[in-house]
Design a protein. Structure first.
Length: 93
């Protein structure tokens, strides 16, 4: 299959280009790692296939209108606030 045919078929079945699909999946993976790990942005960029942390920051900011560090801080604040708002109940009550 030619490259052009592949891109056309890919777009018909997914609604996006292969490059855009890969970028969106890398960004979603980066977002998940920011939420669940305390890894440095450099490490997350490497794990998600970005060439550098600068590239991750630029793409992340363009997609989510916030930096990776600000996103992590916001997610951590939300998690803390949610936990604080709902006190643990005693399962034996």
């Amino acid at each position: 299959m030619s490259r052009r045919s592949f891109v056309r078929h890919f777009h018909q079945s997914s609604g996006t280009t292969p490059a855009r699909w890969i970028l969106e999946h890398r960004l979603q993976h980066a977002r998940a790692l920011l939420e669940t790990t305390d890894w440095a942005v450099d490490t997350i960029a490497a794990k998600c296939g970005f060439g550098s942390s600068v590239t991750l920051r630029q793409r992340f900011t363009a997609a989510f209108a916030t930096s990776p560090t600000a996103y992590r801080r916001q997610f951590a604040d939300t998690r803390v606030n949610t936990t604080a708002a709902t006190p643990m109940s005693d399962p034996w009550d």
